[in-house]
Design a protein around this ligand. Structure first.
Ligand code: ADP
Ligand code: MG
Length: 695
């Protein structure tokens, strides 16, 4: 409502002089020519504040009144001209993000209601764009004339009497064809996790967009929204409550550019970062600084350091994108510190999101179109973890418990780094350019070294192959290792206990062994270093690095006759890791050493998860069966078929074993093969000691 104590004409006069003095009349005239393609007049905050500080202050304190009157002034001057011009918006530009205007979602209070403020964060949801009544036309049943009412968001106001004949015996009838509508859309903005201290839950605020700015912001976008903080009375049915919901009526918005970074780096920080980068063992130093309370796991920690930095994202001339983000999966026994590592990496990675495979929200890991309370009947598009972590990092624990629906969209999210939703009135492609660190537990509780990785996790192999690196963590009793691990954990606890008692007693004494448990580089500096490197360093492959990567690739490919040890995917992973290694050194050039380090990590993981009898075979990862084994399975199957042809009945197992032995397949292996064919559903045992093929 326009404040009734305010002198409307006085404000109109002020707008008038402002438009004259600051040359806005040309723009207003343009608006008339281009209407309704252009419906908004953008006014620079700087102009207003140099025009009059008093006017600026009143405008920011009571924006609804001032803006509405300004819009009315413009309409009167140009609009009544041909009756076509209905809605004109005044939108403020270049509003400074200063205290008193800019607020964190968590600090917005009732005293801000009605004022002009700005909020920054990430968009979590948006609804469809739908029309809402703005100027409702009510027809009088007695005289047939129309009474017009200006409508606000949500609740319908109706006239009590007819403006023309005063009729009030029954309700006047709403006539949509004679009414005016405005496009409206509701968004939910969530504060940026980087701007709050890691642990607390990010707060959210609803935003209403209207008219020409609807349909321009999507979930996952990082924005600053400017507008009027509004309060809306809660109600249950027709009973009005005393509490209010608050929302931001958007006046304007700004999308953050790609380079936007919340982490502030000053000159002093920059000096420290550059000094640190000169350390020849910088990568080791980083990996020792990752979760020092977790013992061992050196290769994994090193890979996590490289993941922090990531490779270089590339955009080819034909529009193809190559991702730079590195995806890592850890599969393993319970209690091997997987979850601990995920938490730690979430703390030190800029723009990080932590999620569980089985998400708590409808959006799950990727995104979803839902119809919930938020949309008030409209379809709502909601971003999941991978979209919210766009341009950042996402840790997913218990990935094996992922929803079926997510499994389908994970491929796209991991490789194309986008999530496409097409459902009901919603059709959108959301960006999910983030690196993924996931942990999964084996299907049967414990990792079985005799089974392939594909057999142990409920996971489609194509999805597995999207990870650049897969680690397995096996918890096998080993005297030496156990004693060192136990010693490490016990010391961690003892130090923790001492910290605790120091805290209570305010003592300042030296903690024994502390130095082994402090990260060499502290978390804050790591975050700054990473953010600096990712913004400034885009390493290129040196000729030497290219040569060595190519030679090694060819060498590995030709090292085996009956299997394919690696594919182009692994080469790409190696390149990403090599680029990350260069970045970690703040070097614009990928050297031979970077390439070799990357190669050693890839080799390590392939040996761990895709080798059989010491031989690496990528098919174990891609399909769960090595190519050699597959050949053997085919032989076994064809022999069973042959014997069946000859005997005209289901062959005896012993006979098959006998024949296979003569072909050089031992009894043990043949039995495993038969068992495998059974689980694959190729053969079955109709009676004891006999097998038959399933048609
Ligand atoms: P997971 O997620 O793999 O089941 P957790 O991360 O929950 O395992 O770890 C269980 C506990 O065991 C944690 O408190 C962790 O600190 C401890 N732990 C496991 N492995 C190590 C290790 N290598 N060094 C130190 N602590 C460890
Ligand atoms: Mg766990």
């Amino acid at each position: 409502m326009i404040n009734p104590d305010i002198e409307t004409d006085e404000i109109k006069h002020k707008w008038n002089t402002f438009f004259d003095e600051y040359d806005y009349n040309d723009r207003i005239n343009k608006l008339r020519s281009y209407y309704p393609d252009e419906k908004s007049l953008y006014i620079s905050y700087n102009d207003i504040s140099s025009y009059s500080s008093e006017f600026t202050e009143s405008l920011m304190r009571d924006p609804y009144t001032y803006i509405t009157i300004g819009e009315e002034y413009i309409r009167e001057n140009i609009g009544l001209y041909n009756n076509k011009i209905k809605r004109i918006n005044i939108r403020l530009e270049n509003v400074p993000d200063i205290p008193g205007i800019k607020y964190e979602v968590r600090n917005v209070r009732s005293s801000n209601v009605g004022t002009y403020i700005s909020i920054s964060g990430i968009i979590r949801k948006n609804t469809e764009v739908l029309p809402r009544l703005e100027r409702a036309a009510f027809k009088c049943p007695a005289c047939g004339e129309f009474t017009y009412i200006g409508e606000d968001y949500q609740r319908l106001s109706e006239p009590a009497v007819c403006d023309h004949c005063g009729y009030n015996k029954s309700k006047l009838k709403l006539v949509p064809e004679e009414s005016e509508f405005v496009d409206t859309q509701k968004l939910e903005i969530q504060e940026d996790p980087d701007s709050i201290d890691g642990t607390s839950q990010p707060q959210r605020l609803s935003v209403i967009m209207e008219d020409d700015i609807t349909g321009t912001i999507y979930p996952g976008d990082r924005v600053t929204v400017y507008g009027i903080l509004k309060a809306d009375q809660k109600r249950i049915g027709n009973i009005m409550l005393t509490e209010f919901n608050i929302y931001l009526g958007a006046n304007n918005f700004k999308k953050e550019t790609k380079d936007f970074e919340n982490i502030k780096i000053n000159d002093e920080d920059e000096k420290n970062i550059i000094k640190l980068s000169k350390d020849p063992n910088i990568i080791d130093k980083f990996s020792k600084s990752i979760a020092p309370s977790i013992y061992g796991l050196d290769v994994i920690k090193k890979a996590l350091v490289l993941q922090l930095f990531g490779g270089v994202r590339k955009l080819m001339k034909d529009g193809t994108r190559i991702r730079g983000d590195i995806h890592i999966l850890m599969v393993g026994d319970p209690g091997t510190a997987k979850s601990q590592l995920l938490r730690y990496m979430t703390l030190i990675s800029p723009r990080s999101v932590f999620a569980f495979g089985k998400g708590s929200s409808a959006a799950g890991l990727t995104a979803a179109a839902v119809r919930d309370d938020f949309g008030e009947g409209r379809w709502t598009l909601e971003a999941g973890a991978l979209v919210l972590a766009d341009n950042g990092f996402v840790a997913i624990d218990e990935l094996d418990k992922m929803d079926q629906r997510d499994t389908a969209s994970m491929h796209e999210a991991m490789e194309q780094q986008s999530v496409t939703i097409s459902k009901a009135g919603i059709m959108a492609t959301l960006k999910s350019r983030c690196s993924i660190l996931a942990a999964a537990n084996p299907k049967f509780g414990r990792y079985d070294p005799l089974k392939t990785i594909t057999e142990q996790i409920d996971f489609p192999p194509p999805l597995l192959s999207r990870f650049d690196i897969i680690f397995k963590l096996i918890d096998t009793p080993n005297r030496d290792n156990d004693s060192r691990l136990a010693g490490h954990i016990l010391t961690t606890h003892r130090i923790g206990e001492i910290y605790r008692s120091l805290e209570n007693n305010n003592l300042d004494i030296k903690v024994p062994d502390e130095e082994n448990f402090l990260p060499e580089i502290d978390k804050d500096l790591i975050r700054k270093y990473v953010s600096y490197a990712k913004n400034k360093i885009f390493p290129r492959l040196s000729n030497e690095a290219i040569d060595i990567l190519r030679d090694e690739y060819i060498k590995t490919r030709s090292s085996s006759e009956d299997s394919i040890p690696i594919t182009a995917r692994q080469l790409e992973s190696t390149i990403r890791l090599a680029e990350a290694a260069a970045r970690a050194r703040l070097s614009q050039m990928v050297t031979i050493n970077d390439a070799l380090m990357a190669k050693s990590i890839v080799d390590y993981y392939l040996k761990e998860v895709s080798s059989m009898n010491g031989k690496v075979d990528i098919d174990i990862l891609n399909t769960g069966i090595s190519s050699k084994q597959r050949n053997e399975l085919e032989i076994v199957l064809s022999i069973i078929k042959e014997v069946k042809e000859e005997d005209k009945k289901a062959p005896e197992i012993d006979k098959i074993l006998e024949i296979l032995k003569s072909r050089g397949i031992s009894k043990d292996r043949a039995e495993t093969d038969i068992a495998k064919l059974k689980t694959m559903g190729q053969i079955y045992e109709p009676s004891n000691k006999r097998i038959d093929v399933i048609k």
